[in-house]
Unconditional design. Structure first.
Length: 258
């Protein structure tokens, strides 16, 4: 009798261990599948509101800053208060605390208000190769940087890949990843960038410096993505061969900041 009870007990113990091992093995497999799954994500894409771009925002908006004075772009006002177009200046990006104007603006006396200045864009100098930076910036230099901020137009080959997304009933462009211009209509980037988004919903932006304003000396350029060519051996689980080419619908125009 005791012998039979012992055998039954051992059998139940082995059965319990086998079941527990199977559960642990299943859980481990589930964890691996969750990390390296080749299937499409089932959860909706998060909305990173902190990275939404509003390139049409006018910072000062013609704010009055004194008698017959308004906040205008710095490159439109010289030391005597006359309108100029040279763009040569030094800007403290820490901001003018206590001042009515934004860091890209100056309180200037002007006779005629210029709401949309027509800044002529000269063709950029042709270099013998790619990857030439502008170490002192384009049009102006910055001071007061603490986070290694780049000069305006310092790295003209860099672009941002943006996606269209409706947030709060408003169509915005949300930052997806970065890339490098290697031809007027080709951007080199990572294959995992925007891998679940249709190409026509993506925009490559070149020449951007401050995403919250359009008051830079030279404007940025946007180009829709026409085709995405990923490495034929790209593995999204291990990120092997994580490289891709984004073909643009329209080529970029070479400028000092692009």
């Amino acid at each position: 009798m005791n012998r039979n009870l012992t055998i039954i007990g051992i059998y139940l113990l082995l059965l319990s261990i086998t079941k527990t091992h199977a559960q642990l093995e299943k859980s481990f497999d589930d964890m691996l599948n969750e990390i390296f799954s080749q299937s499409q994500p089932s959860t909706p894409r998060p909305q990173p509101k902190a990275t939404t771009l509003n390139p049409n925002q006018k910072i000062g908006g013609g704010k009055v800053c004194g008698v017959n004075k308004e906040c205008i772009e710095r490159f439109l006002c010289d030391a005597k208060g006359a309108v100029v177009r040279s763009g040569e200046n030094v800007i403290d990006i820490r901001g003018n605390f206590g001042e009515p104007c934004d860091y890209l603006e100056v309180c200037c006396s002007i006779g005629d208000k210029i709401t949309e200045p027509n800044i002529p864009i000269q063709p950029a100098d042709r270099h013998e190769g790619c990857g030439y930076r502008n170490p002192t910036g384009v049009g102006f230099r910055i001071t007061g940087g603490k986070e290694g901020e780049s000069e305006f137009g310092e790295f003209p080959w860099m672009v941002g890949i943006l996606r269209d997304e409706v947030i709060g009933g408003e169509l915005l462009k949300v930052y997806e990843c970065g890339g490098s211009v290697i031809a007027p209509n080709v951007v080199l980037t990572a294959a995992h960038c925007a891998q679940n988004i249709e190409p026509h919903l993506l925009v490559a932006r070149a020449g951007e410096w401050d995403t919250q304003t359009k008051q830079e000396v030279l404007p940025h350029q946007d180009a829709r993505i026409e085709e995405i060519i990923r490495h034929e051996n790209y593995n999204k689980g291990t990120l092997f061969n994580d490289i891709a080419l984004f073909i643009l619908e329209t080529p970029f125009s070479w400028q000092e900041n692009v």
